[in-house]
Ligand binder design. Sequence first.
Ligand code: CA
Length: 412
Amino acid sequence: MPPRCHFNPPRCACTETPVRQAKSGIETWQRGVAMAQSHLTMSRWAWLYVLVVTLCAAPWAVAQTKNNPTKASASAQQRAAKAVKSQHRAKAAKAPTHGDTPEVQALSERLAQAHQLPLPWVRRQIAHAARLDSLSSLVLPPATPSAKNWQAYRERFVEPRRIAAGLAFWQQHRLALQRAEKKYGVPAELVVGIIGVETYFGRHMGNFRLIDALSTLALNFPTEHPRHAERSAFFQAELGHFLAQAHRAGPSALNTKGSYAGAMGWPQFMPSSVAQWAVDFDGDGRIDLVRSPVDAIGSVANYLKSFGWVSGMPTHYPVTPPMDPAQRETLLLPDILPSFSAERMTELGATLQGPGLQHTGPLALVELHNGGQEPSYVAGTENFYVVTRYNWSSYYALAVIELAQAIRDARP
Ligand SMILES: [Ca+2]
């Protein structure tokens, strides 16, 4: 998948919900006591009434949350989702459109020509799309980047609720997953792992109208970004693919929602990825990554196969890095690109064991930082590298692989 910001974890607020709920119970009690105190001038009976009711109600409110976290969490999530939707509706209603400017005209001409689309239609769609000025802050690199932390990153994905959701997804779509594994040679668990990390099995597919997000990033990508020209060109090309797909699919496709960066559906494909690698895997005659998890399963497997997935090859092996800083530097130089045979890696001071020593293809010493703690290392194979083509990050790839493994291990 083309490079893009990875933003799924912050969208998932479910781990915070029970804490907020419990806190609200305590606050209810505190508010009640404060209310009782402020009414000292009331009659003695009225004061006692307020105090008794408050003391009875507070533990009940907390117990409700502790004993029924799922229900409380779902309810809170629904409220949060409604708030986000309402916020987006309000923003969309107020957001200015791009208008029929010379820039819009020039871009429309290029995209219409590239995709053989009617120019007036393209021009109208872009001119009427909302300009989402809030996206600038989302695509700019943070002013003070936080230290990478593999263990913290991993905990966001490899956790009991996501594993349970993965089991349910696997059970529901086991036939499609089997069929994809047979056709593309990509293990079912890896497809499950990717869809689990990308969208929590369809729960978080994004709430931005893609036409608004893509046209904004195509026309108004922040000039202060260090790779402004490259990123603008990238989003202009993605907008072209999206318009071509929407023109073929019909007017309702223009309302398709996705991430602020233009990724859509269960597998969060960018429009150019949809054009190249998405498949109609449920056989209904059209590709629909938003409504068809089966199309998503086939498309993810096809994507990984297209990037060179080798059936039966492990993704990585345990490795101990060299003690010598110069040797370690040599091994880390090609980053995640597999460049060393097991023999060469051993010559350079790394320690592999068992199957890792027997591996016949090239390996990469993959370093994952853990904040202030010692980094973690794995010896990544060419299949590990293939997973990083979905999202260009070794942290992402290992989270997908470990979530996949955890779900497979939890299967009955
Ligand atoms: Ca389909």
